[in-house]
Ligand binder design. Sequence first.
Ligand SMILES: [Zn+2]
Length: 279
Amino acid sequence: MPELPEVETVCRGLAQNIIHKHISKVTARRRDLRVPLPANFEKALEKKEITRIARRAKYILIHLDNDAILVIHLGMSGTLILHEKLPKTFRKHDHVIIEFAPDKKSKIGYMVFHDPRRFGLMALTSKTTFAKHKLFVNLGPEPLDKKLNGEYLYTILQSSKAPVKSVIMDQRKLVGVGNIYACEALFRAHIHPERAANKVTQKEATALVVQIKKVLEAAIKSGGSTVRDYVRSSGDSGYFQHHFSVYGRKGLPCLSCKTPVSVIRQSGRSTFFCANCQK
Ligand SMILES: [Zn+2]
């Protein structure tokens, strides 16, 4: 599943390739994505220019020149693939094809949304209604935003007795900290993932914020966490595997004290941690 760094990488890839492109035609081969495509989907996008690419949590926001925003979520298995020429045959799970009018700046002619499991979505909103849209209205602050500082996180943690890992992964409290990066940040901040959130000190909350930002920024810098490529122009080789300090290292020696890394289940997800370093 793409986490925030992958989505940010996708946004940067899109920004380099499709800003100022004019959408000439939209074809939906399937409308029943996680949320069905709205009836006016094609019409709302056709003949519009892409002006800006942004991200909110794990949603990709493609701004158009008429105030509209195309919202894309990659779900569990979604990819956006840019092609110069329309493929001869479509793959089974190529659900939406967006064609661009030819221009001199880039050779990209098409964007295909491919999603075998159909947990992804495409939706429409606008700059004026965005903040109140049901997908966005309950989201907490962005992890890389200045608003997310030690004081803010400490206040959030103080209000809950739930395990600290669950609280930092709660999208209503703060967005974009998925399972991998929650494990990594807690390890680096020396906080046990099962500790009650309200038992985290102010000093620890500050250290945790610093580590959340650091692990996400490092992953963005390395182009996302996984070998799977979520967006590419045809011919690109995709992204490099990011190396984790604790995630996925069950039984291997802790990088700081050599104790074998432990794994437990929390809310149905695997939590990796060092029982010696994290208290
Ligand atoms: Zn350790």
